[in-house]
Design a protein around this ligand. Sequence first.
Ligand code: ADP
Length: 536
Amino acid sequence: MKKKNPTRAVAFVLIVVVLLPAILYSGFEITALSTQENLIADTYRRQLDVVLYSINQYAWDVANTWASTLALLHVEQPRGKDVPDSLLTSFLVKHPGIDALFEADSAGGGPRVTSMRPVESGGQDEFAAALRADPDRIDRLLRLSRQGYRKIEGMTLGDSLSPHQSLLLLFVIRDRIDRPLLAGFRIEETQFVNNILLHLGGDSTAEFATEVIRTRSNERVAATDSFPSEEFQPRRQLWLFPHLAVGIRLKGETIEEIARSRTRRNLALILLLDAVLIAGAVVIYRSVRREIDLVRLKSDFVSNVSHELRTPLALIRMYAETLEMGRLKSETKRREYHRTIVGETERLTRLVNNLLSFSRMEAGRKPYTLATADVNGIVSTVLETFLPHLRAQGFSPVVIPDPSHPAILADQEAVQEALLNLIDNAVKYSGTGKYLKIATGHGGGMVWISVEDHGIGIAREHHDRIFETFERISTGLVHTTRGSGLGLSITRHIMDAHGGTVGLESTPGKGSTFRLVFPALVTNTPSAKKGKAATV
Ligand code: ADP
């Protein structure tokens, strides 16, 4: 039966339960964003439309109030009498927005001009020309007036391209005996436009800016702010003067900018959310994979250790029984058997020591008694006990001690154990290249012991992994070599407790150099206390 891969199952669940919904949701949100953007832009545009409407309404109200006031003056006169000049002049004084006032009978006859300017040359002609220009319009105004409705028509006077354009507001009023009268207000375009713009959008606290342009030439008549003309959107024609259009824009950001910055913010949030989810999924996946690996490593470890225990025990038993039966005649053979038994016992002791160290470290109960130590001394102690074993394995170690190195602060026994693990590995993973060099050295405030072999070497990608508990590179020679996967992790733990590190340089097929690096002891510093005990 095919073995199930639990890591793949976890990855599948994470993708289906976390990533897929997140991606689908994000996709949905991102497509919804442009709809939202349009919606926001629409809402703003509608609000601005309302403002434009109110500007138009205001302009209309102003004109209507003026017309009503003038109509009232006529109604208040005795029957058949014209409004005296003095009243019309004071009407103009009260309404500075009006430049001149024209009146004529319904046929356009007897035109009369009232103006605040001393000489109003050609005023009557101007008015008569305006009446003549569009007789249909005059008829319409008169007809509406008969029906009791006063309509006000706006038109331009004279040269429509002149920068100082004058406008005419034309309407019909009725006097006391209900005689229709054609009346007109001449107003200065810029002044009128400024007046209506300032009414709503003119003060500096207003949220929006307004502008009036001439629709045909796109020429600006007036504006409350200096934004470029094309940014005033939306734009609407003035009811009174269709040749003019009023445009509006928000003062801070334009509608498009608001919608775009909202979209950008939402997009950033969605992406952030996705990133967090993906990071979360990766973290979960990694930790689950680590747990699964650990379970596998532990089970490998149990079988490795059983094997490690059984092999030397079987050898010891077999050699001891042979010796006991006294079958061996030659003294050399007997000595060789004894050596094997001693060697295997040492191996068992090392294994049991490593197991004990490991379980203490796991429980955080391994005590370290730090004292001033000398790395050369540590190397010679280890070699003294291990040399026979090394020789028996065909190694003649090269030892190069550093003659003048600083002392270190160390737990002698623990460092010996770390060094022994490195030497043991050098022997185990050397294959036929039986070379072992142990050297000590110092520099840059550090002191080190290095163990070099010409063995199988370790590929770069395994350099970090092999220091993890139970990790073994289970290929080639390692596969056939006994080991628990504890040695290097114990070594690193010991070095951590000394404030040191384990260095590694290795080339596959050429060999490896492991280096135990300690901080040098500066003897006059207060921290260099003798016999300091630490539990790590
Ligand atoms: P063990 O030797 O019991 O397997 P270690 O923790 O001491 O466990 O070593 C972990 C792994 O590192 C070994 O299984 C081996 O693959 C690799 N290794 C350690 N030392 C050497 C070395 N000197 N040369 C080649 N590989 C090594």
